[in-house]
Design a protein around this ligand. Structure first.
Ligand code: NAP
Ligand code: 8YV
Length: 326
């Protein structure tokens, strides 16, 4: 049971495809207006004035925010909110919320799965079996890479980074990390720079947020520091990687392999990464179980319900955490 919401219907705009359970809940608790994409020209003037909340799955830029004079809250479906201009929302007094914690364990599980798939070439092994080669040619050659003896570097030791670290620590592997600041109470080795971290480890896992501060942070220099036995795994954001530099590093032996769940221009994946024999590529599925996506949908809508019934969000992003409901 959720708290009662005011009797005047609150209009919530949902641009683009959205989670069915979230849509049903929004339609049940508010007045839902769905449009094909985040394009304000699809909404007439009176409707623009009615919109008080946006539930977003994709990009919400400054111009879109400005199209709604009575907008109070943007509830982002996902913990990463780099596609929402939260800094601009803050200047407009608009609250932005995201969906932390409820996806942490799922994303950590998937990231470890992707790491092992990349090292042990599990997709290739399955393809070998399905093509009948086990029967016709015998066992597939052993994988050149292994998780054994590896040292792990985590770029982004936040909620998910910590959950990945705990898993890999229990696998008997040493863990180090890079953030802008060391995490209090965490004993893993801290490196002040990403390059120093990459030099110190042979397995680099990116689970840092996207956005200007991390744009192409994984570049040719970092990949060279990781070295020829190096494996790079990204379940953070594709924008954090210089994909041309990564494709080159994979083809010329600068690093050994990469496992990628995220890409700079989704759903488009660079041909060079598709062609590379030493990549395992996933279509942004790290949080993508029905269980976890439903929990994300609930938290996304619970933020709207809480805002309009109590005046407080459940999980505001830092940029708008101080905003008060008028
Ligand atoms: P979080 O708790 O906020 O952790 C982010 C970590 O990154 C923090 O430790 C932060 O530490 C560090 N960081 C941020 N900016 C940095 C910078 N410029 N340089 C170095 N370190 C930086 O977030 P989370 O819940 O773990 O989620 C992390 C990200 O994972 C999300 O933002 C999203 O992009 C991605 N994600 C992807 C999927 C998927 O499906 N593939 C699913 C969920 C999340 P400092 O502030 O000290 O630097
Ligand atoms: C989702 C994510 O896939 O939470 C995030 O930051 O990247 C993923 O959980 C995305 O938000 C929506 O598809």
């Amino acid at each position: 049971m959720t708290d009662p919401i005011p009797s005047t219907p609150v209009t919530i705009l949902v641009p683009g495809k959205f989670h069915d359970h979230a849509l049903n809940r929004i339609a049940g608790e508010f007045r839902l207006v769905a449009i094909e994409r985040a394009d304000a020209s699809l909404v007439d003037k009176a409707e623009c004035e009615a919109v008080r909340g946006i539930a977003a799955f994709g990009g919400v830029d400054a111009a879109f925010i400005d199209a709604f004079p009575n907008l109070e809250i943007i509830a982002n479906f996902g913990v990463g909110y780099d596609s929402v201009d939260a800094a601009h929302a803050a200047t407009r007094g608009v609250m932005v919320t995201n969906t932390p914690d409820v996806l942490t364990e799922e994303v950590a599980d998937t990231t470890v799965g992707l790491l092992i798939s990349t090292l042990r070439e599990l997709p290739k092994a399955e393809a070998w079996l399905r093509a009948g080669k086990w029967a016709s040619q015998g066992p597939i050659p052993v994988s050149p890479l292994t998780l054994r003896t590896r040292s792990i570097g985590i770029f982004g030791m936040g909620r998910i980074g910590l959950a990945i670290a705990k898993r890999l620590e229990s696998f008997g592997l040493p863990i180090a990390y890079h953030n802008r600041r060391p995490v209090e109470g965490v004993a893993y080795t801290y490196y002040r720079s990403l390059k120093a971290l990459a030099k110190a480890v042979d397995t680099l896992i990116c689970i840092a947020p996207g956005g200007a501060a991390t744009e192409k942070a994984i570049n040719a220099e970092i990949l060279a520091a990781l070295g020829p036995n190096g494996v790079f795994v990204n379940s953070g954001r594709g924008s954090t990687v210089d994909e041309d530099a990564l494709a080159k590093a994979l083809s010329d032996g600068t690093i050994a392999a990469a496992g990628l769940d995220v890409f700079a221009n989704e759903p488009h994946v660079p041909q060079a990464l598709l062609d590379a024999p030493n990549t395992v590529l996933l279509p942004h599925v790290a949080s993508g179980s029905a269980f976890t996506r439903r929990a994300m949908a609930d938290l996304c809508v619970d933020n709207l319900v809480s805002w309009f019934s109590t005046g407080k969000p459940l999980t505001p992003v830092p940029e708008t955490a101080r905003i008060k409901k008028q």
